[in-house]
Design a protein around this ligand. Structure first.
Ligand code: SF4
Length: 350
């Protein structure tokens, strides 16, 4: 029996920043966007954004030859793009993943303060103790972890490939140690019946979706389909019409015949959902409160830090930029690349 007792790694409200986005007039936004586009060009840099960041930043990424997607596709795009400089609008683990896959490129983020509660809730030293207490298990970590935690793993997965990879490991008779998201871990365990020991982290956004309020909303919109990200609690995924990653939610909204959807994931995704489905209606799934705290506003406070103004500062202020570069030590980077490459090879069917 292991002597390691797993504490609860869910962040408290006090540990989550209360980030307020600045509201700019449209004319100022357009001027900033034009300036940023010019500077990206002058630097020879490509901008890659996550579906959860400000819609203006997403549009700018696409308009300047960059890309908007989930964390895995962002890193893959950054690796395969000809640019030597990659700007990642997202959270820190995404910048690190881009750097690990492209060690020769320079990777910057608008701010390195953009963290993730799952990454913060899985400290590398404590994770090492957990792993050491269970040497018989194959270590599978979610992409939302630091480079140090990835370097300790056998597999890295994203929410778009986690089910297939865990089912594959189960078929090989492997027992799994999973970290850090407890809801995603339990969802995968339920779907695959794999033997999984699960870390106890949570996403501060998805952890807040509430079943009762969702059922009440369903009564108001009975024809609406409910789309849920698997980082949400089991009670919420349990009543979903479709459960999946950000990319899977976007695909489901386009493919399902419904014209109204209740969506349980970060509200940044609504920008792309509306853009791709202008005739459909998208409603936010209810959270714990009414915007009283960042824990209950269905918008990640760290993703919100990727503002146009910060991006502009990154590109025009060399001193600021020097503090926003992603560095991953060679040894950690090489070790973390192994499970990342394994995931990419699995997806290609190699
Ligand atoms: S939405 Fe949740 S999982 Fe995504 S970056 Fe924010 S805290 Fe992390």
């Amino acid at each position: 029996m292991s002597s390691f007792t797993l504490p609860d790694y869910t962040l408290s409200e006090q540990q989550v920043p209360q980030f307020q986005c600045a509201v700019l007039p449209q004319s100022e936004k357009e001027a900033l966007k034009a300036q940023i586009a010019q500077r990206l060009d002058a630097l020879g840099a490509v901008l890659i954004a996550h579906y959860y960041v400000d819609g203006e930043v997403q549009d700018l990424a696409e308009a300047t030859g960059g890309f908007v997607s989930d964390s895995l596709e962002m890193a893959r795009f950054g690796r395969d793009h000809a640019a030597d400089t990659v700007i990642v609008a997202g959270v820190r683990f995404m910048g690190e993943t881009a750097k690990i896959l492209s060690p020769a490129k320079r990777v910057f983020m608008p701010t390195l303060e953009a963290e993730c509660s799952l990454d913060l809730g899985c400290p590398p030293d404590e994770f090492a103790a957990f792993r050491a207490a269970h040497p018989d298990r194959t270590v599978v970590v979610y992409a939302n972890t630091s480079a140090e935690v990835k370097a300790q793993s056998d597999w890295v997965v994203t929410s778009s490939c986690a089910l297939e990879i865990v089912a594959h490991l189960r078929d090989q008779g492997e027992k799994i140690l999973w970290a850090p998201d407890k809801h995603l871990g339990r969802y995968i365990q339920t779907q695959t019946n794999a033997d999984m020991l699960i870390w106890s982290g949570a996403c501060v956004v998805h952890d807040e979706f509430k079943l009762k309020a969702l059922l009440d909303l369903k009564k108001v919109y009975p024809a609406a389909a409910v789309l849920v990200h698997p980082e949400s609690p089991a009670a919420v995924t349990g009543i979903a019409d479709a459960v999946g990653s950000t990319s899977a939610i976007i695909k489901a909204a386009s493919q399902m015949p419904n014209d109204t959807f209740i969506v349980a994931t970060d509200k940044g995704i609504f920008h792309k959902l509306k853009q791709l489905n202008p005739s459909k209606r998208f409603i936010e799934a209810p959270t714990a409160g009414d915007g009283a705290t960042c824990r209950s506003c269905a918008h990640c406070p760290w993703m919100a830090m990727n503002e146009l103004q910060t991006l502009d500062r990154l590109l025009r202020d060399e001193t600021y930029r020097a503090g926003c570069e992603i560095h991953v030590g060679d040894d950690i980077g090489e070790r973390a690349k192994i499970p990342l490459d394994r995931m990419l090879a699995f997806q290609r069917g190699v």
